[in-house]
Design a protein around this ligand. Structure first.
Ligand code: NDP
Length: 269
């Protein structure tokens, strides 16, 4: 049986084993997928031990995505752009690094939520690893503008400069951004995990806007409730999580599972 795992710290909360078990059942694949706690400072050794045990591939979650990039012996174009790796493939004897987070986000927005990014005004809150991975896939869909706003302006400016050749991206400080209206507001900050709101105002939501939180569950509730009170539609990042898993499944198994069924099952639970 082919073995896969997700590495993180903490990792016991991860839904990835559940999602990959649903995909395996649906596609008739025999595989095992487990959550593995890697010690801080011991990520590379944990992955190498898994490879020695016969591991075929792995997902990587916080806080190891930069270490996974460093460990990879080969990087996909999207991992290079994201500067982070959340999907490792060991099958050819090396360690191939990929990034499926950004693809998962745009797939959830476009396919599951029916949002047309082409021509849309998009506000991306946050300038961390998740934001970095989302920018190239978002710009590829042709938004009218992609504004990055972050608590620390310098990080937003750095991202806007890095991706400026790919489309209409700019950085705004929080004061400037607070007065602008957008069709899509994506929260990629971890503010919700601390019980705080990201830097967003009611004026940020144009009529018919969608507020999307990359975080899912309880930690997304504050931002999504604020967005609804400002008249926006609102959705958490569970679909993104399932879609990035489906993209990893495609990398490893050459088949894309049906994500709708998995999202429905997880929401019902
Ligand atoms: P990082 O630590 O790299 O970045 C965190 C970002 O949040 C920074 O821009 C930081 O701003 C900002 N931030 C943190 N606290 C606050 C606050 N109190 N108020 C305002 N801004 C704040 O994290 P990642 O980018 O890797 O991840 C961000 C979130 O996205 C995580 O919660 C993660 O779980 C989620 N995620 C979800 C995925 C999914 O599949 N659904 C996939 C990947 C990530 P500053 O620069 O000023 O410090």
């Amino acid at each position: 049986m082919d073995r896969f795992a997700v590495f993180g710290n903490p990792v016991s909360h991860s839904l990835s084993p559940r999602i990959h078990a649903l995909f395996a059942a649906q596609t008739g694949r025999a595989l095992s997928y487990e959550a593995r706690l890697a010690p801080i400072g011991g990520f590379a050794d944990a992955v190498k031990a898994f490879i020695a045990e016969g591991g075929r591939g792995a997902n990587v979650t916080l806080p190891f995505k930069a270490e996974a990039r460093a460990l990879a012996t080969r990087l996909s174009a999207r991992a290079l752009l994201a500067d982070a790796v959340n999907c490792l493939d060991f099958r050819d004897g090396g360690i191939a690094g990929d990034n499926t987070d950004g693809a998962g986000l745009v797939r959830d927005l476009a396919s599951n939520l029916g949002r047309d990014i082409a021509g849309a005004r998009v506000l991306l809150l946050g300038a961390g690893g998740a934001a970095r991975g989302a920018i190239a896939p978002l710009l590829a869909l042709g938004p009218r503008e992609l504004v990055v706003a972050n608590r620390g302006y310098a990080r937003a400016a750095e991202l806007a400069a890095k991706f400026s050749s790919l489309g209409p991206i700019s950085a705004r400080d929080l004061g400037q951004a607070s007065r602008l209206a957008f069709d899509l507001v994506i929260n990629s900050t971890s503010a919700g995990l601390q019980g705080a709101l990201p830097p967003v105002t009611a004026a940020n939501f144009a009529p018919g806007a969608l507020a999307y939180d990359m975080v899912y569950g309880k930690a997304s509730e504050g931002f999504l409730a604020f967005a609804r009170s400002a008249g926006a539609k609102a959705c958490d990042g569970l679909g993104m999580l399932v879609e990035q898993a489906a993209e990893s499944f495609l990398v490893w198994h050459g088949v894309r599972p049906d994500t709708r069924a998995a999202i429905d099952t997880l929401r019902a639970a």
